[in-house]
Design a protein around this ligand. Sequence first.
Ligand code: FEO
Length: 404
Amino acid sequence: MNAIEIKKDIYWVGAIDWAVRDFHGYETPRGTTYNNYLIMDKDITLVDSVKHDFSEVTIRNISSITDPAKIKNIVINHIENDHATGLAEIMALCPKATIYITEKGKKGLDRFFKTSSWDIKIVKTGDTINIGSKTLMFLETPMLHWPDSMMTYVKEDKLLISQDAFGQHIASAVRFDKDFIVSESLTMLDDSVIDYYANILMPFGQLIKNKIAEIQKLGLEIDMIAPDHGIIWTDPSKIIQMYLDMANGKARLCVPIIYDTMWHSTEEMIPHIIQGLADAEVDSKVIKLRATPYSIALKEFWKNRGAIIGTPTLNNLMYPTVAQFLHMLKGMRPKDRIMAAFGSCGWAGGAVKGAYAEFANMKLEAFEPGLEVIYKPSDDDLKKCREFGRQFGEKVKEYHLKFE
Ligand code: FEO
């Protein structure tokens, strides 16, 4: 795909990765893009580099606008591999360019590249550079989502280049939200925003709220947000509100049952738990971990107010896929969700207890006791499953009211 002008004299020169499905272990069924932006001014400036595998594409896109040797400045908003590993190829074409980066970014860059001959200037929040008719202002966003992260604001164009924040993993022929004119695509775009937030930004809700408040306090006028992945936002208010909602714990009144099973006994319990949830007028969704990427299970967890974990006992422990899911979830430091667990065991049990120990580790509210059955659920056990689902459904509704 060729360069596209997103604002007068500012071009998207990124690359579309239609085929990536495993993004450092995160499932990306819709592919992704690596966005970067070329600003044609007296001092030609490239904001963000590209993943090494796609450096040829970005260089070709730059070359369709100008000779890359004429690039005077390169801003590196974020040094993670998907954005910065192509930097050496770009620098080889404009070796005299000045790199603008945060202090932590420079330390990282020094680990990834031989930088001794590069002109690198460290910037911090509020620093500006004038590149001719346009002014770039830098805004550090440490731990959103790496220590080096920052954003670049192009004052005259009211454009915020936001690196990973506000991004989505979507490979698409269109570049702007306004071009997603079919309602199905709008749903897909929203779903991709939630997916990205759940898998990358879930731990950073408070930082997100603080940073949005800081931007609002600075009084920056923003009429376009251009992230480093996916679609560019011409309606910034929509995506900012989505982020604030997620950071404030907004979720649906629905319960995913996230489970695995050995000999189907744990699985047999699920329809009855669903019936109990329905008795409480709470919707549900079923996610079998051996059949679903963890990243999608994380997204479904995040979208909904409560979750029920189903796990058989294996050697007195949780089933490995369930343990792995909870391990990943713990890393995302989830908040504002209520949990319960159930499962089948042969004799001593232990998996349900293990799940509750993980809920406690994560400081998540839990509905207790969990439900454990021996070998195969009896008719009486299945009645207990329905009652377990109903009671949990009532509890979720009560908990949900805190966020209304
Ligand atoms: Fe898209 Fe944190 O890299």
